[in-house]
Design a protein around this ligand. Sequence first.
Ligand code: HEM
Length: 459
Amino acid sequence: MALKHLSTALLALAAARVASGAVTKRVTCPTGQTTANAACCVLFPILDDIQANLFDGGECGEETHESLRLTFHDAIGLSPSKGSGGGADGSIITFGETEVNFPANLGIDDIVDAQSPFIAKHNISAGDFIQFAGAVGVSNCPGAPRLEFMLGRPDATGPSPIGLVPEPFDTITDVLERFAEVGFSPEEVVAILASHTIAAADHVDPTIPGTPFDSTPGIFDTQLFIEVQLRGTLFPGTGGNAGETESSLEGVIRLNTDQSLARDSRTACAWQSFANNQAKMQSEFRAAMSKLALIGQDRAKMVDCSDVIPVPKPVVGTPHLPAGASMADIEQACATASFPTLTADPGLSKASEREGLSASGSAISSVVVTGRSRPSLLAGASRFPLPEPRTSRRCRVACRPPRCRPPPALLPPTTDLSSLRFLWASATVSRTGVCVFAALPLAAPPFATSRRHHHSLCF
Ligand code: HEM
C-alpha cells in the first residue's frame, strides 16, 4: 500500500514537472513568439485578439478595469465554511445565469457579455480566460506590475454560492474574515485593493456612472492610497448611497470599505505604506493577485505562462497631494508611523477653481464627454483639435449640444491658456437631464497629447 502511494506520488511529481515546464526547453511558437513552454503558444493569438478587440488596442480603459474586477468576482467565489464554489474557475461566466444576478455582481454582466465571445472563439477554459484577460488588461496600465499567469484551470462544475463577494457597505471585520477564508492576511487585502487605482464605479451612485476611485484611473499609481487618506468633504454626485462615503475630490467617488481600510487599526499602516512606495505596491499587488488567481486551483497541475503577459510601461507622475490640499488634510490613522510627507500638485487651488466656476468668459472651446470620467474636457482645444463626441457602448453618457453645452466658464478669465496644460474633468447627465461638470486642474497630465489618450476619450 505504501509502495502504491509512493509510485502515485512520483507519477504526480513527474506530471507536475512536465506541466510546470521544468523539463521543457524554451520554444518558438508557430506565431513566431518564444515562450518557456509549448503549452503557452495557444495564448499568443488570444493575446493579439483581446488587445485589439477587447482592450481597444491596448488601453487601460473600461474593459481593462472591468476585466480586473471580474478576476476578483470569479475567484472569491469559494467558501470552505459554506461548502461550495470553485474559486477562480470561470463559474461567473459558465454559470452566469446564476452568479451575474447576485447583488454584489451588479454591472458585471457588461464584461461577462464582452468576454464570452472570445472564450467561445478560442480553445480556452472560462477560468483561464478570465485570469488571462485580467493580467493582459492590467499590463496596459502604466505603473502596473507584470502579473503572473498560470494556465490550466478545468471547467467549472457549478456556480458559487451567493454572498461571497464583499460589498462596499460591509464592515472591515466582515471583509477581513471573507478574505481570510481564502487565505488572505489583512496586509494582502490592502495590497490587492491597489486594483482600485485603476477603477471606477457605475452603480454606487448611478447618477454619475464611470466615476473613478482616484484622480488617475488610467495609471496604476499610488494616488488611491493618498487620496482616500484625505479628509472627505463632498459627494461627487447625489450622496447618501449605500457603500459610499465622502470623497476629497470633485469627480472622484470613495467606497466606504476603502475609507475604513485606510483608517482601521488592523489595516491602516499597510494602507499608508503604499502611499509613496510604488515598488512595494507593485510587488505586493502582484503576489496577492497570484494568490487570487489560484483560489481553488492546484498550481502543481498548471503551466507557468507568465512570459506571455506584456511588460507594462513605467508609472507616469510622482505621488502627490491634489492641488490645493495640504498635509493637514491627511487623516493620520497608522499608530506607529507618520504618513509620508507629500507636496501638492501645483495646479489651480480649490479657491481659484471656485472663482472659476462663478466667473464669466469662455475659456473652454471644446468639450468631449465620456462615461468613464477620463480626462474629458480640454482647455485650449485649438492646440489639440478633437473630433466630435459620439456615443458608443463605452460612452454611456452622451452629452451633446443643445442638451448639453460647455459650461460658460470653468476658469478665471485671467487664466493664461498657454500656461495651463489640461483640465481633468468629468461630465455626466443628472437625473433631471442637466449636465454636471466637475473639473480638476492637473499640473502634469500623463495623457498630454498622445493619440492613445485621445482614443481613450472614446472617439
Ligand atoms: C473589500 C473588497 C472590495 C469591495 C467592497 C469592492 C467594491 C467595488 C465596487 C462597489 C466597485 C464599483 C462597481 C460599480 O459600481 O461599477 C468596484 C469596482 C472595481 N473593483 Fe472592487 N471591491 C473590492 C475588492 C476588489 C478587488 C480585490 C479587486 C481586484 C482584484 C477589485 C477590482 C475592482 C475594479 C478594477 C473595479 C472597477 C471596475 C470598472 O471600472 O468598471 N475590487 N469594487
